[in-house]
Design a protein around this ligand. Sequence first.
Ligand code: HEC
Ligand code: HEC
Length: 258
Amino acid sequence: MYKRQVLLLALAATGGLYAAFAPAGKAQADDTAQSLAIDEGKKLYSVGCASCHGTGGQGTTDGPSLVGVGSAAVDFQVGTGRMPAQQPGAQIPKKKVIYNQAQIDQLAAYVASLGAGPITPKESQVDPAGADVAKGGELFRTNCAQCHNFTGKGGALTDGKYAPNLEGVSPKHIYEAMQTGPQAMPSFPDSTMPEKEKKDIIAYIKTVNGDETASPGGLSLGGLGPVSEGLFGWIFGLGGLIAIAVWVAAHTAKAKKS
Ligand code: HEC
Ligand code: HEC
């Protein structure tokens, strides 16, 4: 009996000790990983970005300050190949992405350490599954269509600027564009456009651009949109009707003969 109590006590004590120390240990490990990422990011930054944005991100005549732009801005700008910029122009274009995602995360960690700003969204925040496509269409027409056109095909703006075509842009980058408002685009922070509305918009953009994974249901016919669906109806629907008409005609002719 006595032995059992001691054993229980010992077990409880180890449990307690574990509870007291384990989370601290884990938090510490997270902190170390985070500061390592910041260090690595700082190195990448010094080589690829400091010439325009300043050694501490304070900005120069060739690039704006990055203090407070947040990890989301870096993830968007570098992840779509806009940064590092090459030459000045009316609008810095998208181009081949030269950093891998791990390096982009490190650059983002470094820039985020300079000042708080919009945070890179998690996968679950940008996943359009289950979002309201019709509501997204409404929001898109009120907030985005004046520049990006009704289905996101894009269009020219003043002074040589343009709103790009949104086809094929990843949900994460759509979300980040709304969070950060790159170049001539206004930003739509969570305070004016909550996460749910951003998801609805992403679902709408993915649906009108025939993204299979966001198809609201039914046969997507390769997701090529109304033209291919119309053609499908035309060929198979009308073809079917003609076949039936021929069959009926042939049979009535036979019936008359006999
Ligand atoms: C040749 C100069 C140049 C280089 C190199 C460069 N940038 Fe930029 N960057 C710019 C300019 C100019 C802008 C402003 C574009 C605009 O908004 O009109 C900008 C904008 C940005 C923004 C958006 C800021 C905001 O207010 O949202 C981020 C983030 C950024 N740069 C990150 C980087 C990172 C990270 C690197 C290195 C990988 C980098 N840049 C390299 C010139 C440069
Ligand atoms: C005033 C015009 C304007 C409005 C309104 C606007 N945008 Fe933009 N958008 C732009 C411009 C200009 C760019 C290009 C910025 C750049 O290249 O840095 C852009 C870029 C984007 C991109 C990046 C595309 C890519 O190829 O990487 C996305 C995504 C986007 N916009 C989505 C939206 C959504 C969603 C809305 C509505 C909530 C919206 N925009 C409203 C002008 C606008």
